[in-house]
Ligand binder design. Structure first.
Ligand code: BTN
Length: 230
C-alpha cells in the first residue's frame, strides 16, 4: 500500500541511539528520527522506556504550531491508534494506546527552546516489558512491519497536523472521544501527591480530563489514568 505525505517527512534511520527524542531536537522541521534500539529511551514523567531491537522508536520534528503544540498529544494518539485500528486499538487519556486494556504504545511530547515540537512514539511490535510497568503492557506479535507501521503513523501525524492548523482542536477532540476507552466509566487518576477516583465524563477544549468525583467535577491536565474494570 502506498501512503502519500503531502507534508513530506525526511526520515533518518539510526541503529543505536540514546533517545530518538534527544537526537530529533537538533534536526529541522519535518525530520523523523527512527532507531533500531535506544539505550536511554524516555517515557513520561522521566520514566524509562525499554527499547530493545524489534519495536518502533520514532520521533518527528514539527515547527510552527505555537500554542497549539501541546494539543498534538491527542493528534499523535489518534495517528497511532488509527495505524493500529486493525488490532482494535483505543486511547487512554491523554495518549496511551491500548489493545484489550493493555498498553501497546506510548507517546512523549517535548518542546525545544526554539519552539519545535518533538513527537516521540514507541510501539511494542515484537516485545514488551513484563515487570516494573505502571500499566500492563502488550505487543503486536510482529504482525506488522516496522516500515508499514512508521508509514501509517507518519501519514496520520501529517493529517492531524493539517487538521489542527486548519480547523483547530475541536475535530481532533471529537475523534479522540470516539477512540477513547473509559468514557462514562469509573477510573482512578494518579496525580503527583494524590490519587482521585471518579467517572471519566469528557475532554475539554484544552485537552483536560473531566472527572466527576462524589463531591464535585474536576478538570485534570496531567496525571496517570487507571481504568477500573467492572
Ligand atoms: C510513555 O508512555 O511514557 C511515553 C513513551 C515514549 C517512548 C518513545 S520511544 C521514541 C521516543 N524516544 C524516547 O526516548 N521516548 C519516545
Amino acid at each position: 500500500m502506498v501512503y502519500i505525505y503531502p507534508m513530506k517527512w525526511q526520515v533518518y534511520h539510526f541503529q543505536d541511539i540514546l533517545s530518538t527524542n534527544e537526537t530529533a531536537k537538533s534536526f529541522p522541521d519535518h525530520a523523523v528520527i527512527i532507531a533500531q534500539r535506544q539505550n536511554g529511551g524516555k517515557g513520561r514523567y522521566g520514566r524509562v522506556w525499554e527499547s530493545p531491537v524489534g519495536n518502533l522508536y520514532l520521533s518527528a520534528v514539527v515547527a510552527g504550531l505555537g500554542q497549539q503544540a501541546p494539543l498534538m498529544a491527542f493528534g499523535a494518539g489518534i495517528a497511532v491508534a488509527e495505524a493500529l485500528a486493525s488490532f482494535g486499538a483505543g486511547l487512554k487519556w491523554p495518549n496511551d494506546v491500548l489493545i484489550a486494556g493493555k498498553k501497546v504504545a506510548g507517546i512523549l511530547l517535548e518542546q525545544t527552546e526554539d519552539g519545535k515540537l518533538i513527537i516521540g512514539i514507541g510501539v511494542n511490535v515484537v516485545s514488551c516489558p513484563t515487570t516494573g510497568m505502571l500499566y500492563q503492557a502488550t505487543h503486536l506479535n510482529g504482525q506488522i512491519t516496522l516500515s508499514d507501521l512508521a508509514d501509517k503513523i507518519l501519514s496520520g501525524l501529517d493529517s492531524m497536523i493539517s487538521e489542527l492548523q486548519t480547523n483547530g482542536f475541536e475535530p481532533i477532540r471529537q475523534k479522540w472521544m470516539r477512540l477513547a476507552v473509559g468514557i462514562d466509566q469509573p477510573i482512578r487518576v494518579r496525580l503527583p501527591h494524590q490519587e482521585i477516583g471518579g467517572v471519566f465524563r469528557n475532554l475539554t477544549p484544552q485537552g483536560e480530563l473531566v472527572l466527576e468525583t462524589p463531591d464535585k467535577t474536576v478538570q485534570i491536565s496531567a496525571g496517570d489514568v487507571f481504568l477500573i474494570k467492572g
